[in-house]
Ligand binder design. Structure first.
Ligand SMILES: Cc1cc2nc3c(=O)[nH]c(=O)nc-3n(C[C@H](O)[C@H](O)[C@H](O)COP(=O)(O)OP(=O)(O)OC[C@H]3O[C@@H](n4cnc5c(N)ncnc54)[C@H](O)[C@@H]3O)c2cc1C
Length: 637
């Protein structure tokens, strides 16, 4: 964490100095905003948290509930989400309070007496060591709290506007819209307080609908969720209970003759969640299933758990969660016939565009990645860093991911719903769980080539950083303070692009490709760094880090080129923490297959690898960023 460079900070360094629109933030929702986000679920909160790092952008997030979410909804946090939380600075704290999944147990009817269940198998949760981050269970409400804290501490001092419901919107084209800087006219209404029921109009440049499965924003842009007609229903309960079931603190898939349960132990050592399968619900059900009482859910759970019993002493939350596999064909307001002719003004994220079963624990996770993908793009366009065409990449990138998720989830939930006697191979369920682990952990996302993701022409220079996939961390040792650390964990959700420069074999100070590359980066007119506005720190838009092949004791920090040691803050201090040596015990060059001739790995603000180039390909790197930075003129050379 970098601080003190503007002068001594005596308080919590996580509270960033207020800046831009955060200096005089009005309590009331203003009449005009740059971005209006609807809904404070995981999709909306991460978008807002990311935008809170752009001090010049007025972002407001409205929520119809009168205050924070207290309890309920999703709880499974995949490793990719924890990796994301690391960038938002709260991974360690949430890990400390969460339940950690290390194994899953599979219970089935006892062949000797099928009326009773018996443990049939266990599977290690991340057998292949996909990530250094854990798989967690923690309530959605806590995740939202951490994002709220992050945005409150950000330069923009953001906080949600509770008690405001989205009613409708209109994108004003033509006379009014074309000239208006704020072409989206949004009607909201107060849901609490003295103005309850009163409507008001807010004008926005962009609107993000993160308003859940029954999204009104989605409706207002003419999108519909298409997919299965029938919903699947579960009785979900978060309870405190006394039981003789030995795996009550282990994640379990329980399949009995009388039905199935997904058991999720929860944070804190006592609470657990049970999803009790209530089966398929036809459209003719007309909500009857939602009348299932907690007593009925508990009775059904006891029937399935036989011969064990569950004596519920306290019900923290329960619900009948009813959802189908559904997806919208686009995630923004650009109709197919308008593609290429206009850029989007309204976006939808999270459950507003995709719904699926709860069984693979994906809802909150995928929704957050939607928001992480969109947030920085809006920030870059609104700050004038990038052209508006950048915004068209959101729907293109995320729609495919949602489709993949729905296909995966259909397979998993079909397997989970099978009766024990229907399996050809008795270990089919646990085999699928282990074999496909990378997908639910969140690491199978790979974006296709676009203005943001290069064709994999030089992939062989760093085979372990697949282009389009998220940057997979590896150990390095920081030269200035000899600290061993994970390279990927040094990246914050600050909206910056990252250039990881892997040096060739020559030590720092000797003529080398990396020295030539550094000189170009620092001084050339077509270097991406040249677009950084005058007056900002040289690393304000691009975070450039160098990794030498030598171990840290053999890197002379004074011989390292200046572009890797930028001057920062009003005192023009030299920032030394971007220079690394390789760790001889776990050499990042070997671990990630980085060519010993060196390479540049370009990583997007949302942590996905955008390009890999040789150190000599300066023109290619310049051209790659010229498209992303649009018509931006170099500010400094
Ligand atoms: C009752 C319930 C139980 C669930 N249980 C599970 C579960 O057990 N496991 C699981 O994996 N997933 C579960 N989910 C789904 C999971 O919570 C979602 O996948 C995840 O929250 C999606 O995040 P999101 O931000 O897209 O939407 P949400 O978290 O649904 O957030 C949408 C937000 O928008 C607000 N909102 C809606 N309409 C408006 C409006 N017109 N104006 C202003 N605000 C509005 C809502 O109040 C809400 O805060 C559940 C969802 C619900 C609603």
């Amino acid at each position: 964490m970098q601080f003190h460079h503007h002068g001594y900070v005596s308080g919590d360094p996580r509270i960033q100095p207020a800046a831009g629109v955060g200096l005089d933030r009005p309590e009331e929702l203003p009449d005009e905003v740059d971005v209006l986000i609807v809904g404070t679920g995981p999709a909306g909160m991460i978008t807002a948290a990311q935008l809170s790092q752009f001090p010049g952008v007025t972002t407001r997030i409205v929520e119809r509930r009168g205050g924070r979410l207290a309890i309920g909804q999703a709880d499974g946090i995949q490793a990719r989400s924890v990796e994301t939380f690391q960038a938002f600075g709260f991974a360690e704290r949430i890990i400390a309070e969460a339940y950690r999944i290390t194994e899953m147990a599979f219970w089935k009817p006892n062949p000797a007496d099928p009326s009773k269940i018996v443990r049939a198998a266990r599977a290690v949760d991340d057998e292949m060591g996909i990530s250094e981050f854990p798989h967690l269970i923690v309530n959605q409400a806590r995740v939202l709290d951490y994002f709220a804290e992050f945005m409150a501490n950000s330069p923009t001092r953001m906080k949600p506007d509770y008690g405001l419901e989205f009613r409708s919107l209109e994108v004003l084209d033509g006379e009014d819209g074309a000239q208006s800087q704020y072409p989206v006219k949004v009607t909201v209404a107060h849901t609490v307080g003295e103005h309850e029921g009163q409507e008001r109009v807010v004008r926005a440049k962009y609107v993000v609908g993160a308003d859940g499965a029954r999204s009104k924003v989605r409706q207002s842009i003419g999108c519909t969720l298409a997919g299965d007609q029938a919903n699947h229903a579960w009785g979900v309960m978060d309870v405190l209970a006394v039981t003789d079931f030995p795996d009550i603190r282990t994640k379990c898939a329980i399949q009995a003759e009388s039905g199935s349960i997904l058991l999720i132990p929860r944070e804190g050592g006592h609470l657990f969640r049970m999803y009790v399968d209530l089966g398929e619900v036809s459209p003719e059900d007309h909500g009857e299933i939602r009348k299932t009482t907690i007593e009925q859910i508990i009775a059904k759970a006891n029937e399935i758990m036989h011969p064990y019993t569950v004596e519920v002493r306290n019900v923290a939350w329960h619900s009948v969660y009813e959802v189908g596999h559904r997806l919208t064909d686009r995630f923004d307001d650009v109709l197919p016939e308008q593609l290429g002719a206009r850029t989007p003004r309204v976006f939808i994220t999270g459950d507003a565009c995709h719904t699926h079963s709860a069984k693979a624990g994906q809802g909150m996770n995928v929704s957050m990645q939607d928001g992480f993908n969109l947030g920085w793009k809006l920030g870059h366009v609104l700050e004038g860093r990038s052209p508006e065409t950048l915004l068209s990449t959101y729907s293109k990138e995320r729609q495919v991911i949602a489709k993949n998720l729905i296909d995966f989830d259909k397979e998993w939930s079909t397997l989970m719903a099978k009766k024990p006697e229907e399996f050809e191979d008795p270990s089919e369920l646990e085999d699928f769980y282990v074999r496909t682990a990378e997908f639910p952990a969140g690491f199978m996302t790979q974006y296709a080539p676009s203005m943001l993701v290069a064709e994999p022409a030089h992939q062989e220079l760093a085979a372990g950083f697949p282009i389009g996939k998220r940057f997979k961390s590896a150990p390095v040792v920081r030269v200035c303070d000899t600290n061993p650390l994970q390279l990927g964990h040094q990246a914050s959700a600050d909206g910056r692009w990252r250039l990881y420069v892997f040096a060739d074999a020559a030590p720092a100070g000797e003529p080398s490709s990396v020295a030539d590359f550094a000189e170009w980066l620092q001084t050339a007119a077509d270097s991406p760094l040249a677009a950084t506005p005058a007056g900002l720190d040289r690393d304000a838009w691009f975070d450039v880090r160098v990794i030498y092949q030598q171990d840290h004791t053999r890197v002379d920090i004074n011989a390292v080129p200046a572009v890797f040691k930028p001057e920062v803050g009003p005192f023009k201090l030299t920032y030394l923490e971007k220079v690394y040596g390789s760790d001889p015990k776990a050499d990042i060059f070997d671990l990630r297959g980085v060519d010993r001739g060196g390479a540049v790995v370009v990583v997007r603000p949302d942590q996905y690898v955008a390009n890999i180039l040789p150190l000599t390909a300066t023109a290619e790197l310049g051209a790659f960023f010229a498209a992303i930075l649009g018509a931006r003129k170099p500010q400094t050379v």
